[in-house]
Design a protein. Sequence first.
Length: 184
Amino acid sequence: MNRLTSGVGPADQERVDARTDRDLWLSEDRDDAPAFGTLFDRHHQAVHLYCFRLTGSWTVAEELLTETFLQAWRRRTELTPADASALPVLLHLATVRVQRRRRMVPTQRSASARSAPRDGEDVMRGVLRRIAHVKGRHREILELHAFGGLSDEEIADVIGIQVTSVRWSLDRTRGPLEEPVISA
């Protein structure tokens, strides 16, 4: 249990945990910190791993995880998960945070991004170099699919495009890659 849900009794915790992500997100009181804490508990590991896969740095991924959930909390009244899971919305918010970091001047990047590599960082940075040529919407779709594990339908919904456009983009992007970007 995290500090956001620590004030909730066992009976209340069971009620909160039984609701879908969409129900938690759309709770009657949009300032329901325990409900949002439950969303964090459910998805922080997936969002953290996704951020690592986008950046190749565990330290930067930790920073992005915090930024992503802070952004989700701030925009909770204007964003709504399309289905039972909030993960597609969270991964999209993380993607936007990463894109903003990529546009930063290199000298403004986090000092932590230049620290000594940790487990898997060298391998992930190699993967990122292999897809560096993929830009814009095509890269976002590839990242949400390959690194976030979202379905074509989830990607289309969270980005706001047709499923056929997602499939076309994935086919176009994966074509030049000689071997899989990541292994299962």
